[in-house]
Design a binder for this molecule. Structure first.
Ligand SMILES: Nc1ncnc2c1ncn2[C@@H]1O[C@H](COP(=O)(O)OP(=O)(O)OP(=O)(O)O)[C@@H](O)[C@H]1O
Length: 251
């Protein structure tokens, strides 16, 4: 379970990007975060694993407050949190399997990582994950030769190599066509259902959020203005998330 309590963030220059944000996310659930551009979605996702340092609040995950961990503890906790990015963040001149194997670096010693020392078991696991995301025949292709949707699936397999408990997905389908969008969202949904992963996903497409997510959070100007079941959010509530009317949990 992830419990975010009263999280606030003000950037240098004074922009208040998160204002007293509190919510809970559960294992096995897809939580979609929607809201207009600049609402604070990326800031929220990146604060959860402390890629952005926030001002105040609590982030309780796996029995710990992530905000209070030492550097070493944070590294350990981050190894359980996968990240999926809009621009994939792959090493393009490397092959699919090499990129996926990189996901295990979070669990390895620095020297083993630098020397790219992977065990036979890790290579087998990487191939298995590549198969799970439907890319078996592309395992030894260079990532630079893959389509956007294929690259995102490599990103998912790489993240699974970490053995994550939670996946933070920052607009993972923003650059994809409808067919690739369906494939990626279906895989994320399956990971929540079958591996009981906790999936948090920033989205611009409300219809996709309502189709694939269990839980919907609406952010506007750094505030949570909706927190409820994705399938039950009404058009009026969705409209209000984007127009910025506060406190819409009840109609
Ligand atoms: N490094 C930064 N320094 C100052 N202000 C920032 C910084 N990063 C983001 N902001 C501001 O914080 C607010 C929230 O930004 P954030 O990127 O979290 O929003 P978002 O909801 O993810 O937007 P989008 O949907 O466009 O990606 C915006 O007003 C943005 O301009």
């Amino acid at each position: 379970m992830l419990e975010v309590k009263n999280l606030s963030k003000t950037y240098e220059g004074g922009k208040k990007s998160l204002r007293d944000v509190s919510f809970t996310a559960k294992a096995g659930e897809v939580t979609a975060i929607i809201g207009p551009s600049g609402a604070g979605k990326t800031t929220l996702l990146r604060s959860i694993n402390q890629l952005i340092t926030d001002d105040s609040g609590q982030i309780l995950f796996d029995g710990q407050n992530i905000r209070e961990l030492s550097r070493r503890q944070l590294k350990q906790t981050r190894s359980k949190i996968g990240m999926i990015f809009q621009n994939y963040n792959l090493i393009e001149p490397l092959t699919t399997i090499e990129n996926v194997l990189h996901g295990s670096l979070a669990r390895k010693s620095t020297i083993a990582g630098v020397l790219s020392l992977y065990s036979k078991q890790e290579k087998q696991e990487a191939l298995q994950l590549i198969d799970e995301v439907g890319l078996k025949e592309f395992a030894f292709n260079y990532c630079s030769d893959l389509s956007g949707g294929q690259k995102q699936r490599v990103g998912i397999a790489r993240s699974l190599m970490q053995h994550p408990k939670m996946m933070l997905c920052d607009e993972p389908i923003a650059s994809l066509d409808p067919r690739s969008t369906t494939m990626v969202m279906t895989i994320l949904r399956r990971l929540a259902d079958e591996k009981q992963l906790m999936i948090l996903i920033n989205l611009h497409q409300v219809d996709i959020a309502k189709t694939y997510a269990d839980h919907l959070i609406g952010l506007n100007n750094g505030r949570i203005v909706f927190d409820g079941q994705a399938a039950e959010a009404t058009d009026r509530q969705i409209e209000a998330i984007y127009s910025g009317v506060d406190s819409l949990v009840t109609e």
